[in-house]
Design a protein around this ligand. Structure first.
Ligand SMILES: Nc1nc2c(c(=O)[nH]1)N[C@H]1C(S)=C(S)[C@@H](COP(=O)(O)OP(=O)(O)OC[C@H]3O[C@@H](n4cnc5c(=O)[nH]c(N)nc54)[C@H](O)[C@@H]3O)O[C@H]1N2
Ligand SMILES: Nc1nc2c(c(=O)[nH]1)N[C@H]1C(S)=C(S)[C@@H](COP(=O)(O)OP(=O)(O)OC[C@H]3O[C@@H](n4cnc5c(=O)[nH]c(N)nc54)[C@H](O)[C@@H]3O)O[C@H]1N2
Ligand code: SF4
Ligand SMILES: [Mo]
Length: 795
């Protein structure tokens, strides 16, 4: 997006220019011309003498993005400029580690860092909020503004009126402004925290009802001899997901059979699958129910395992105080509702042919062991908790829990091991926590945020959100669901009074800042890159180049704000950013003496460290010795039937995670008006919306609506036609990709495109969140970004 600067220092993105840029994006599916300017190609060599001596270094480093991986990239640094990015060479492969070769996003890092549109100065809003008019100010003015607003707002409304929003782009690093702003707020009275991960919070909330603890995954090295893997809505080829493909490729060579269940023929289907089973989104539980019906009626279930470890399979194994016909067998055979959950019952719901369901069920039950691994796409739905728990029931009745080569479900990493110490640990004096889905209500009218809707730690909130920090997030008006609704709230300056944003770009969310701060990129500061979930190594992320213009790391300006609030010493403990990294390394060394973590000086030579970790099978101890290691459920068993869920008496989250037609699913009456299900996926060329403006990555994949030829023909839509996607919440326009890679009845957009409203409010960027809903999931009070009904027509 072009930023125009005039002599007065006022930076404007006028709506007209904004539309022109969007139109260019829509019409030219290649590089946006503005992005390939001379400034991108030839950053000026740094003038510092140290940099001048910095010739021809090749530095192993990594980004700190929330991108699914953590790779060893090689930055070629010459006279203070990164001139080229390569990656881990073949000769340096380490057998003990996954191959951490850069994906295309990593190969494109230079175009993210050296982009002419990068923010250069601190800026203050001058127009209406959201209009995108800013004026350049000094850092001293910026930090005074923050300190003054913190004082004023805290005095008037109390510390619980302060909120820090989602900012995942720096979550792959040990140290960040997003962490340190929390430290500063905790030192000055606290802030309103949110809970719930929009990534996988629905799985995390639901799986403890089966196992007592959130279901973690096993380590992937335990699957090398598994004969059958079902990837259920899991697209590891694009999402990287802890470098899962490294293991999956080895397994493929060992003869593992892969089945992928996904409404889309994803890149993972293309590269890995022996079989693709498409289904309608939100109907996964109907497929699971029918699979369980086949397994049980064909006597393929693991009777010994069920008898020894589980509760609620049949009428003989039910907990006290539950009436007849509530067990799994009773449900599947129709003892209660008269409907047997046969493959023929599931076929019209899911669109999976009955014989395919039979084949899938037989294969899963007879391959010993088998691993059903669920991605997080299926649980980012309104029915996500049921889907996540449904897969635990399949694993349980086939005895695929706690055994090498099997998979219990979930996928939260190896026991969620966390290696590096945390910098921010100062307790938050505010006990109340809201679900991340409550922030709009908490800003609109906090008295309406009730425990039923997700409030924890308090019965009510005493104040609305009045001041908001968003550091390294584009959540306000891009990644949040229903952004037309969010934008209305943000435009109202009488609600949230002061918004501080830091980013590298003027993103759609940054447009709503009152104060917009230009952060350094990961190449311009020290950090430690941490892996996603399954990984057990860290990589030093070195400061490679000096920041240009007036860019500063969030920590630096936070330190200045701390000084203006009189808490500088307590906040910084006298450390600059690099000293914090050193301190964290030393604290980690002291906390884990057996791990041989190198000192900071050693790490600068060694560059990475592999922590010890044995192959890990989730729940292995509970299965090996259940007497001494009961499951942490009320019964100590794996709970197929959950009495806790039963007592909630909420049909949306039944005691046996079975199929329930979803709101805005294929059986909703709203299909009369909006007949197509729209889903999103995380594509290869960006991490959510991070690197959206990168011209190389825009070439790699353009924002289009995937639509099946049958649905397209019915609407007179041809390949490349501009289409209008709409529902009651919004309208988006992009070109159509007419492709059999998506099941009829479903359309898909890649997640994370920038919202680009034209003068009439129609999005020209293909941002699915103008169409998505803020409806919350019944148990986790979580997000349902993936569940929406739309209609599509030729524009
Ligand atoms: N390249 C890339 N990698 C990323 C990210 C990125 O943006 N880009 N983001 C990172 C982040 S923050 C996260 S949280 C992870 C998330 O990783 P995931 O949540 O697993 O990724 P998604 O692409 O949302 O979903 C995975 C698949 O689920 C399918 N799906 C959608 N709805 C349904 C359904 O109802 N049933 C079934 N069976 N399948 C369904 C989608 O078509 C998709 O192929 O990825 C991380 N990795
Ligand atoms: N429709 C739909 N919406 C979704 C999802 C979906 O699947 N579908 N997925 C959800 C999920 S799982 C997630 S995790 C969220 C992610 O939502 P966010 O946490 O908002 O992540 P990003 O969209 O990547 O935005 C990160 C911003 O940080 C900026 N940035 C990058 N590096 C730095 C840095 O070093 N410093 C600063 N200050 N800024 C930096 C980037 O330019 C970018 O604008 O989106 C959610 N939204
Ligand atoms: S974006 Fe993530 S997965 Fe890609 S190279 Fe960088 S660290 Fe690796
Ligand atoms: Mo995520």
């Amino acid at each position: 997006m072009p930023i125009m600067e005039d002599e007065s220092g006022i930076t404007t993105v006028s709506r007209r220019r904004f539309i022109q840029a969007s139109a260019a994006l829509a019409a030219v599916p290649l590089v946006v011309p503005q992005f390939v300017s001379a400034a991108t190609e030839t950053p000026t060599p740094s003038a510092s003498p140290a940099a001048a001596q910095d010739t021809g270094r090749v530095v192993p480093t990594c980004s700190t993005f929330d991108c699914g991986g953590k790779c060893d990239i090689r930055a070629h640094v010459d006279q203070g400029i990164v001139t080229r990015i390569t990656t881990l060479p073949d000769g340096e492969l380490d057998e003990a580690m996954p191959i951490m070769r850069a994906c295309i996003r990593g190969r494109g890092y230079r175009k993210f860092v050296y982009h002419p549109d990068r923010l250069k100065y601190p800026m203050k809003r001058v127009g209406k909020r959201g209009e995108g008019k800013f004026e350049k100010i000094s850092w001293d003015e910026a930090t005074t503004l923050i300190a003054d607003n913190l004082k004023r707002i805290t005095a008037k409304y109390g510390p619980a009126s302060r909120y820090v929003h989602v900012g995942t782009a720096v979550s792959g690093g040990t140290f960040s402004g997003d962490k340190m702003v929390r430290r500063l707020l905790n030192l000055t009275g606290g802030y309103l925290e949110y809970y719930h991960s929009v990534s996988m919070g629905n799985t995390a909330a639901a799986t403890p009802y089966t196992y007592g603890t959130p279901a973690t995954g096993s380590s992937l090295d335990t699957l090398l001899e598994t004969p059958l893997v079902i990837l259920w809505g899991h697209n590891t080829n694009e999402t990287i997901f802890g470098h899962a493909n490294h293991y999956f490729q080895q397994m493929k060579r060992n003869g593992t059979r892969f089945i992928v269940i996904d409404p889309r023929y994803s890149d993972t289907v293309a590269s890995l699958a022996d079989q693709w089973i498409p289904l309608l989104p939100t109907t996964d539980n109907a497929l699971m129910d029918a699979m369980m019906y086949v397994i049980i009626t064909e006597d393929l279930h693991d009777k010994d395992f069920i008898a020894r470890y589980t509760l609620g399979f049949d009428e003989a194994s039910m907990p006290e105080g539950v009436p007849a016909n509530e067990s799994l067998v009773a449900y599947l055979t129709g003892a209660k509702d008269g409907v047997a959950k046969t493959p023929e019952w599931a076929e019209p719901i899911t669109k999976v042919p009955a014989n395919t369901i039979r084949q899938l069920a037989r294969e899963y039950a007879t391959a010993k062991p088998a691993a059903l691994i669920q991605g997080w796409g299926p649980q980012r739905h309104i029915c996500g908790e049921r889907t996540a728990r449904g897969s635990t029931l399949l694993a349980t009745i086939t005895g695929n829990v706690g055994k090498k080569g099997s998979w219990a479900a979930g996928y939260g990493g190896i026991g969620n091991r966390k290696f590096m110490s945390e910098p921010e640990s100062i307790e938050n004096p505010i006990a109340a926590k809201i679900s991340v889905m409550n922030w709009m209500q908490a800003a609109e009218d906090a008295s309406k945020v009730t425990p039923e809707q997700g409030l924890k730690g308090a019965d009510k909130l005493d104040t609305n959100i009045r001041m908001l920090f968003t550091l390294a997030g584009n959540y306000l008006a891009n990644q949040n669901p229903d952004i037309n609704k969010a934008a209305k709230l943000l435009e109202d300056e009488s609600k949230i009074e002061f918004i501080v944003a830091s980013d590298l770009y003027l993103t759609p969310s940054a447009r709503y800042a009152d104060l917009l701060l230009p952060e350094t990129s990961f190449m311009e500061r020290w950090n430690i890159g941490e892996t996603w979930g399954t990984g057990n190594y860290v990589i030093l992320s070195e400061k490679l180049v000096e920041p240009e213009f007036e860019r500063r790391s969030d920590y630096e300006w936070l330190r200045e704000v701390a000084a203006k609030l009189g808490v500088e010493q307590a906040f910084s403990e006298g450390r600059d950013e690099k000293q914090w990294i050193e301190h964290i390394v030393e604290t980690t060394r002291a906390a884990m003496p057996a791990e041989n973590m190198p000192s900071f000086a050693q790490l600068q030579v060694q560059r990475r460290h592999l922590f010890k970790s044995e192959p890990y099978v989730a729940f292995a101890d509970n299965i090996r010795d259940p007497q001494n290691n009961p499951f942490k459920t009320p019964s100590g068993k794996i709970e197929i039937f959950s009495k806790r869920l039963y007592d909630m008496n909420n049909p949306e989250i039944p005691a046996l995670s079975h199929y329930v037609p979803a709101h805005e699913g294929p059986q909703d009456a709203l299909t009369g008006k909006y007949p197509l299900q729209l889903i999103t996926w995380k594509g290869k060329n960006r991490a959510n919306s991070t690197q959206y403006a990168n011209p190389w990555l825009q070439e790699a994949q353009t924002q289009k609506l995937w639509i099946n030829p049958q649905d397209a023909a019915r609407r007179g839509i041809a390949q490349g036609d501009n289409v209008r996607i709409h529902n009651d919440r919004g309208i988006s326009m992009v070109p159509a990709e007419v492709t059999p890679r998506i099941i009829p009845g479903v359309v898909a957009l890649q997640a994370g495109a920038w919202w680009q409203p034209d003068a009439s409010g129609v999005d020209r960027g293909g941002c699915a969140n103008v169409l998505s809903s803020t409806r919350i999931t019944p148990l986790a009070k979580g997000n349902s970004h993936q569940t929406m009904l739309v209609e599509v027509e030729k524009a």
